[in-house]
Design a binder for this molecule. Sequence first.
Ligand code: BTN
Length: 255
Amino acid sequence: LSRLHTAWAGHPTVFLEKTDSTNNEAKRRAEAGAAHGTLVVAELQEAGKGRRGRCWTSPGGTGIWMTLLLKPDFSPSQASMLTLVAAMAVADGIGRATGLDAGIKWPNDLVIGGKKVCGILTEMSAEPDYINHVVIGIGINANIEEFPEELSERATSLFLESGKRVCRAEVIARVWEAFEKYYEEFLKTADLSPLKEVYESRLLNMDQAVCVLDPKGEWKGIARGIDENGRLLVEPENGKRIKTVDSGEVSVRGV
Ligand code: BTN
């Protein structure tokens, strides 16, 4: 990646023609001693993984399927916030490389024109009080020209939105440059307080109706932003106090 201007993110970058999942590959390399900042990029994933155990369709040659390995010093409870840091970085990177304006659907889907263009899957290996490693997997629908019918209502690509083929190396470089900058900010407090405003400026749910599905049932409200831990703040429709919503527990509809 000759155009990558970062101090550590993406050094080294490992390119693979194919792998099962770049997240799995990054985890194997972590266990074999790979360095903090190692980036794995694959042309094709044979078993790409999405959140909640779903598959992530990862055709060859047209997508950006990549995973960054981190070996951070902070505590395991803070790692889930990295997904939100990554979402901001992808939004910035897409903007810089293509001019497209991608918004964030909390916590970490990137959306253009109401359709998903990128998903992020963060996985961690940790002991109760320290992290062995974290992998941040990012799937960007870059030059995909057509989606299967069952996906076409919900998914889009940078190509479909801009009408042009995008340079994948450039998107990758701009994403990790933005990530490194935001990650350094995040480390100052080990929470999202320095980044809250930037995140909220990209948040499509901001001041919008959301439907929260938590273990106790479904309720409606208006999203009012995030707290310093990345939880969504929702003002319930019955006018009661603002509630914080954790991404592990709930699914949020709206947008
Ligand atoms: C989601 O929105 O469900 C998350 C999708 C994450 C997909 C990326 S593609 C690169 C990395 N490797 C994987 O197996 N998954 C992530």
